[in-house]
Design a protein around this ligand. Structure first.
Ligand code: NAD
Ligand code: WQD
Length: 344
């Protein structure tokens, strides 16, 4: 019997890619808990197409403690939780902050209580580089202090990290890792699974893909007067399957007892800053034609540049990114076409 992991948010973007990597590692058995409030249960069909394994999804709201705890009563052999389930849209969190605090922190409180009640030894938590706020010194390392949260979403990640650190005192038998992702992009290299983007996406790569596929006539580069090498914003993009692989390595690290503290923090980024204009240029090369974009005003709340120092994850988890910017774009483009051809 392989050690059993619960992935919350397993029907979502990063959760589903992580399930694929967990299965393909051959080291873990996986179940998912996802209400599909921001995804669809068909994700598990795509996971099965890629891996040949059918993963059970418990379709329930993690904020419903009674329903969530039943998963643990039914599966007393769970050795770890990877907690992805949360809302993640920055703009929406500004408009509906309470919805974000309730969902992201309510779900996390139930996950932490489940760890204690059902003696779950290992926990991974999806945090975000947004906890750093607008940083002065780049690259940001785990030692960089948290700054002012730029939106309620980022604040839920700051508070969530605090909740996990606090629970390490009364419940030291659950070992946890807080993983701060930079900008995960791209799709499974087969092009058969990726992010289901909303009708009006806000993130750069989904918007580029909409323009490339003709679903949107034009896009805007938000700001070309920043103090960066070409005036546009710089971010640390990394391939979603690299992030997923980091979770397998992080779970190995905990299961093998290699952690030195009850709760540790890791950045997950490529370590490279890439500008918006460089992303557009790389996309034009990958798809072989020009994209229709205009140079526009800054987007309120944007940080000029942020990229991470992920050496801690490289050294302690033995994790390194396998995919480059071209792979990120080519896989996203394959997924865009796959969705069009399969009515997704
Ligand atoms: P996603 O929206 O694709 O996946 C989240 C999943 O959680 C969805 O399938 C949704 O249905 C589910 N969910 C949400 N609330 C739930 C609840 N109360 N009960 C049950 N299921 C619930 O998002 P993602 O991009 O895969 O992000 C996963 C995690 O990584 C999130 O915690 C997010 O904040 C974090 N993160 C994402 C990014 C990014 O750019 N994608 C960057 C940094 C951190
Ligand atoms: C990237 C760059 C835009 C759209 C967000 C969250 C962050 C984290 C990752 C979860 C920026 C520019 C975009 C467009 C553009 N998520 N852009 N034209 O803002 O770095 O981070 O996702 O934790 O918390 O804030 O990502 O993809 O929205 O933007 O020029 O039409 O692309 O200005 O510089 P961001 P993004």
């Amino acid at each position: 019997m392989l050690p059993k992991i619960v992935v919350t948010g397993g029907c979502g973007y990063i959760g589903s890619h992580t399930i694929i990597e967990l299965i393909e590692s051959g080291r873990y058995d996986v179940i998912s808990v996802d209400s599909c409030v921001r995804s669809t249960p068909e994700t598990m069909d795509r996971v099965e197409n890629i891996t040949g394994v059918r993963v059970k999804n418990y379709r329930l709201d993690i904020c419903d403690k009674e329903a969530f705890f039943k998963v643990f009563e039914e599966n007393p052999d769970i050795v770890g939780i990877i907690h992805f389930a949360a809302y993640k849209a920055v703009g929406e969190s500004v408009e509906q902050p309470l919805m974000y605090y309730r969902n992201n922190l309510g779900a996390l409180a139930n996950v932490l209580e489940a760890c204690q009640r059902f003696s779950v030894p290992n926990l991974l938590f999806s945090s975000s580089c947004s906890v750093y706020g607008d940083v002065e010194h780049l690259p940001v390392s785990e030692a960089t202090p948290m700054g002012q949260a730029m939106c309620p979403y980022a604040h839920t990640k700051q508070i969530g990290e605090g909740m996990i650190q606090s629970m390490a005192i009364p419940n030291p038998s659950t070992h946890s890792l807080i993983l701060r992702y930079f900008n995960p992009v791209g799709a499974h290299i087969s092009g058969m699974n990726g992010e289901l983007s909303p009708d009006k996406p806000n993130n750069l790569i989904p918007i580029i893909m909409r323009v490339a596929s003709g679903k949107q006539p034009q896009m805007t580069v938000f700001g070309t007067d920043y103090e960066t090498r070409d005036g546009s914003c710089i971010r640390d993009y990394l391939h979603v399957s690299d992030i997923a692989d980091a979770h397998v390595k992080a779970m190995d690290y905990l299961v093998e007892g290699r952690n030195q503290e009850v709760c540790e923090v890791f950045n997950l980024g490529s370590g490279n800053g890439v500008s918006v204009l460089e992303m557009l240029d790389a996309t034009e090369k990958v798809i072989g034609r020009k994209l229709n974009y205009v140079l526009g005003e800054r987007r309120p709340g944007d940080i000029p540049a942020i990229y991470g120092d992920s050496r801690r994850a490289n050294e302690l988890l033995g994790w390194h990114c396998k995919f480059n910017v071209e792979d990120m774009i080519a896989s996203a483009w394959k997924w865009e076409n796959y969705q069009d051809n399969n009515n997704i």
